[in-house]
Design a protein around this ligand. Sequence first.
Ligand SMILES: *[C@@H]1O[C@H](CO)[C@@H](O)[C@H](O)[C@H]1NC(C)=O
Ligand SMILES: *[C@@H]1O[C@H](CO)[C@@H](O)[C@H](O)[C@H]1NC(C)=O
Ligand SMILES: *[C@@H]1O[C@H](CO)[C@@H](O)[C@H](O)[C@H]1NC(C)=O
Ligand SMILES: *[C@@H]1O[C@H](CO)[C@@H](O)[C@H](O)[C@H]1NC(C)=O
Length: 479
Amino acid sequence: MPSVRHTILSLATLLSLFTSAVAQTAYANDFVDPDHFLTKNLGNHTYAAQTTAAAWAKTLAAKGPWSVINKSATPPSGDKHDFMSWAPYWWPDCSNAGNTTALTPEQTWVTCTYVNRDGQFNPDVRLVNNVGDFQDFAEAVFYNAIAWAMDVDNKATFEANVVKFINAYFLDSATAMNPNLNFAQMQRGPTGQVGSRTGVLDLKAMSKVASAVLILRKGKSAAWTADIDNRFIEWSKEYITWLENAELAIEEKESNNNHGTFYFNQLAALKLIVNDAPGAKAVIDEYFNGIYLAQISANGEQPLEAARTRPYHYRAYNLAAMITNARLSIYADPSSTVWNKTTTAGATIKTALDFAMTIPATTSGEANYVEELYPNIAAVASVYGDADGKLLSFLKKGDPKFIAQPYMLWNQPFAELETSGLPPTNTAKAHAAPSTSKSKSSVTPDATSDATGLRVGSGWLVTVVTCTLALAVNVLGSL
Ligand SMILES: *[C@@H]1O[C@H](CO)[C@@H](O)[C@H](O)[C@H]1NC(C)=O
Ligand SMILES: *[C@@H]1O[C@H](CO)[C@@H](O)[C@H](O)[C@H]1NC(C)=O
Ligand SMILES: *[C@@H]1O[C@H](CO)[C@@H](O)[C@H](O)[C@H]1NC(C)=O
Ligand SMILES: *[C@@H]1O[C@H](CO)[C@@H](O)[C@H](O)[C@H]1NC(C)=O
């Protein structure tokens, strides 16, 4: 009797898990070893995460393609192919510019003095959305590559999406971005017609783009042709030259907080895109032997992030960048020991995570940012283990639907005993982990696909809910 009641409760939990899908969101940053997906060794507990990732791939793809030329203002160079963004907290003070109502917006942008009002968002920044577009682009490319590798129905659509988006963003001469960030985070006004060093952060998600490219390249996607590969390598080489030599980029590299950490994410990811693993390793070594050493105190606090206006957010944000650097290092050189690398004060990435977990987001009025820490918790658990179950219980309490988050796909092993629903129909064979052997079937066409396979999105959710209800009714009937 108690066990039947328990079953009903579990079914109710399952039902609540699937009646509302997990909303699409962008994790601060990450890098995923392509073999994680290409070896087809995802466990049963990742079923819900597989479904979410494939649903996000579709939602995101519907928003593309993206191009830097999509902006209603022109950079100071006169070339819309230059990436541009405006620093969000800077406002015009036109008191020295005559009658302000007579100025057009274009005149205001170059004539008036711009002043910083920290935390107050200037809404005209939305006229130029190269930053938001790049973020959506990077997410779309990342999840479409993952959906392709997971053998979701019509997998050819997903690889084609990645190629279409990368082609439009970087390669097609009509829409391509020039390989520089000379006009990122411009302050505007007479002295602000150049980018700021902080604008280099705008392309931090290059590590997600690199993850996608490596998945298609290593998985031998038919759509990822040698021509696309070569042209993207050429583009990346030019942009690496900018990142290693431009004054703005060097200043960003020298910043000692999260800005510096993310700079190394970006540069190392680009080195992997151009097939330079030793170069990527060297870039990450420079981080772990450099600014990392002063980023974590003995108790795990990140003093440079704690000093900011939103300490909870910045701790989580820099942790994501540190974790990404560690993953890039291990991929570039599997013998890398960066997870155990201690700062001058003797702390590791795990020390920083443990400390961040002790300070609730509400302490600094940041309840809206609470979920930012969660992917880092899963990452740390997957690398350092979670022997006492502390990390799992923290995550379960904070986000009862964490098991359906895509980050559960690549932060493994972790939470392997959790239930995550029914298998996505046609991906079950490929993605359950029935044995410990890693079958390398990614390069062959998906023989298990059929017309009635996985329906990502509402169709599949309805199926799950219906099946679950049917099960629940059966159990009730047998009482
Ligand atoms: C994983 O799921 C498959 C298909 O539903 C099932 O046959 C298998 O027993 C499951 N494995 C574990 C370890 O639960
Ligand atoms: C942005 O650019 C792409 C590529 O040229 C184009 O297909 C898309 O329609 C543009 N979007 C907007 C909103 O202008
Ligand atoms: C500014 O110019 C506009 C139109 O040119 C005019 O209507 C307005 O009265 C002027 N304001 C001042 C303060 O001079
Ligand atoms: C840290 O070092 C120890 C001892 O060499 C090793 O057993 C452990 O696996 C390392 N941890 C990580 C996360 O690399």
